[in-house]
Design a protein around this ligand. Structure first.
Ligand code: MRU
Length: 357
């Protein structure tokens, strides 16, 4: 997708280096950052210079390529894989990508490890782009149906950033929106601000603006009244891990939006590539929920009137705060899962039928 009219991917390999768009600097600064070592990749994931489930998976894959550049000793690659998997605990794509890379590398001659790893990391990215494109086409038919009935702009609420910045291109939740817009269907997006890191305001609104898609930022508490007033036609969110039961783990606050949608008969869809499905875990209480530094709540960063980026404390100095990064939306509140293969019920049967596992 585009930034100032120029097409970008969120991550690419160029001249022996990995390049990323530093998402901690958006929307006020657009900076392409180079990752030269395994530790650079681990750090980029931890500090959320890259974030979003598919993108952290892709970064981990390239992280293994960078590790092999440092040493093709198998023990080093194994330890590097562990470091990458532990960088963030919740999104399953991280483990999925690291396992896929390691499977590909087993039985490869040491001299060929780098080439094979780079090819596989590129493949993970290309596959994700295709999957996200298909998620878009599958979700488009849902938006089209609403438009054909309503004959007026379709209002879609989304939470956090499950846009192209969270993937390699297209996004998951935003892909149907981009496809609808390109087809001439009028759409408007309610963008949840998504405290504390404001991925909705800083990233989703930013990327929609760059594509010319009408959107309005709302506080995380506004969605409920908009639904009561009939001003939300559907919700589409992303996910960091969806269980084979159809239970959805996503950015903190998703659950409350799903409850409000359920109470107001607003369809609540979750968009995901199959790399985000956790086929092993059966009980959502076993999903590791990341708890991040409480300072992410108490400090806020923004641009002042002299165009300087400043960080300020917004809470009483003595107050304690707590920062859980994800929550669970039980399958019963999910209208459907929009995947690269089609739209299915959020249930063991629905997922089994769709993926024949
Ligand atoms: O903490 P983040 O910004 O990595 O969280 C991102 C989300 O919650 C997204 O909704 C999810 O990763 C899906 S990305 C297509």
């Amino acid at each position: 997708m585009r930034i100032e009219g120029k097409e970008y991917r969120t991550i690419w390999f160029e001249k022996d280096l990995v390049k990323i768009i530093d998402q901690t600097k958006l929307p006020h600064k657009f900076i392409v950052k180079e990752l030269k070592t395994l530790n650079d990749a681990v750090n980029a994931i931890k500090t959320m210079e890259v974030r979003g489930a598919p993108l952290i998976g892709a970064t981990a894959a390239y992280g293994i390529v960078l590790a092999i550049k440092e040493s093709n000793d198998l023990d080093f690659i194994k330890k590097s894989s562990e470091k990458l998997v532990n960088a963030r605990p919740t999104a399953i794509n991280l483990q999925w990508a690291v396992h896929r890379m390691n499977n590909k590398l087993s039985f490869v001659n040491p001299g060929n490890l780098f080439d094979v790893a780079l090819k596989e990391a590129d493949e993970i990215c290309n596959e994700d782009i295709n999957f996200c494109k298909n998620i878009g086409l599958n979700g488009l038919s849902i938006i089209e149906k609403i438009y054909n009935k309503k004959k007026n702009s379709v209002n879609i609420l989304t939470h956090c950033n499950a846009g192209w910045l969270a993937t390699i291109n297209w996004g998951t939740a935003t892909s149907p929106i981009y496809h609808a817009y390109k087809k001439g269907i009028p759409v408007h997006v309610w963008v949840d601000e998504t405290r504390p890191r404001n991925q909705g305001a800083n990233l989703t609104s930013f990327e929609l603006n760059e594509e010319g898609i009408p959107n309005t930022i709302i506080t995380d508490n506004t969605g409920g009244i908009l639904m009561q007033r009939g001003e939300v036609d559907m919700c589409i969110v992303g996910t960091d891990r969806t269980l084979s039961t159809g239970d959805v783990c996503n950015k903190i606050g998703t659950y409350l939006k799903a409850l409000a949608a359920h109470d107001n008969n607003v369809p609540f869809y979750v968009a995901l590539p199959s790399s985000t499905i956790d086929w092993e875990t059966k009980d959502y209480n076993e999903i590791p929920i990341e708890e991040r530094d409480a300072e992410e709540l108490s400090y806020i960063e923004g641009k002042d009137d002299k165009n300087n980026i400043n960080k300020v404390l917004i809470y009483p100095e003595k107050s304690k705060s707590m920062n859980l990064a994800f929550d669970i939306t039980p399958a019963k509140y999910v209208t459907g899962l929009i995947t690269e293969k089609g739209v299915c019920e959020a249930s063991t049967n629905g997922l089994k039928k769709m993926f024949k596992q």
